[in-house]
Ligand binder design. Structure first.
Ligand code: HEM
Length: 262
């Protein structure tokens, strides 16, 4: 690393260290409330990145950390390593905030870093969280099961499945969709023990209708869950299911940056 880079890296580290330990946004609220915008930004690191010397890659990593810190007042982020499990992508960032603009500002800054110049933004999914549409129509036992899912414990894996429904689904009367979603819930409720889920509505914000997000320690159970869902009638109305499915491990950005600097 030359002296100028070393000096800049020193300043960036000082800025990172000076940030408050807690961001102004409430993580718990953003992860549970309706009306929150979620962006999934998926990146592939260019081959030329790995030809840079280690010092240059370490320096670039410091700059990325500063970008995460800078936006901590407006957004929360979760980071995932895909490298080794997906050919077309190395990592993705899940961004949440109450304004899509905040998600965009963060991602524009991230892409503007030195590391960003080596990143191809392979996919981006945008969605919003909403109050449940179908749960109010479910029988009480299913409602109770959904309300009090047992804590699945540590969940190292994350899976993201984009979904698009067909026109017939949207044209169907509410009662018919209620009946199919009851069947959906009956087939899946047993997996609440091992799979944590989160749903984003994407119609109009993306070429999708839903972004479905899951965390689990048990990929065998997740595989069985998907097979169970493929056997319910609602599945006939999935025009797109995956393509791509993202499978990654949940890792702090520092660890991902350390892997990219190795
Ligand atoms: C633990 C497993 C799961 C449970 C308990 C579960 C349960 C539910 C429930 C209760 C709803 C209705 C939400 C509402 O009221 O708006 C729902 C919606 C949905 N689920 Fe699941 N689900 C599970 C897994 C999955 C999986 C694996 C997928 C696909 C990969 C999936 C795709 C969807 C989609 C796309 C919707 C939205 C449907 C719509 O609003 O038209 N779910 N799920």
């Amino acid at each position: 690393m030359n002296r100028v880079n070393a000096l800049i890296a020193g300043c960036l580290m000082a800025i990172v260290a000076a940030q408050p330990a807690f961001a102004a946004v409430d993580r718990e609220k953003l992860l549970t409330e309706p009306g929150v915008f979620g962006t999934f930004a998926v990146f592939k690191v260019d081959d030329s990145w790995w030809k840079l010397d280690k010092a240059a890659r370490t320096f670039a990593a410091t700059e990325v950390k500063a970008v995460f810190q800078k936006h901590g007042d407006n957004i929360i982020t979760d980071t995932y390593l895909l490298r080794g499990l997906m050919g077309k992508a190395d990592f993705f960032v899940r961004v949440h905030s109450t304004e899509m603009l905040h998600n965009q500002n963060f991602l524009v800054d991230l892409m503007g870093t030195r590391l960003g110049k080596y990143l191809a933004n392979t996919y981006t999914f945008n969605g919003i969280t909403k109050k449940p549409n179908y749960v109010p129509s479910l029988p009480d036992d299913l409602k109770t099961a959904l309300k009090t899912p047992p804590d699945p414990g540590p969940k190292p894996y994350a899976i993201v499945v984009p979904v698009r429904k067909d026109a017939e689904w949207w044209l169907m009367p509410q009662e018919s969709r209620n009946a199919m979603m009851k069947e959906h819930t009956e087939a899946t409720v047993a997996y609440l023990k091992t799979v944590k889920r989160k749903l984003y509505h994407a119609s109009g914000l993306d070429d999708l209708d839903f972004i479905t997000y899951f965390e689990t320690a048990k990929l065998d159970e997740f595989n069985n869950l998907i097979i169970a869902l493929e056997r319910v009638k609602e599945n006939r109305h999935n025009k797109q299911f995956g393509s791509p499915t993202l499978l990654g491990t949940i890792r702090p950005m520092d660890e991902i940056l350390e892997i990219l600097a190795r």
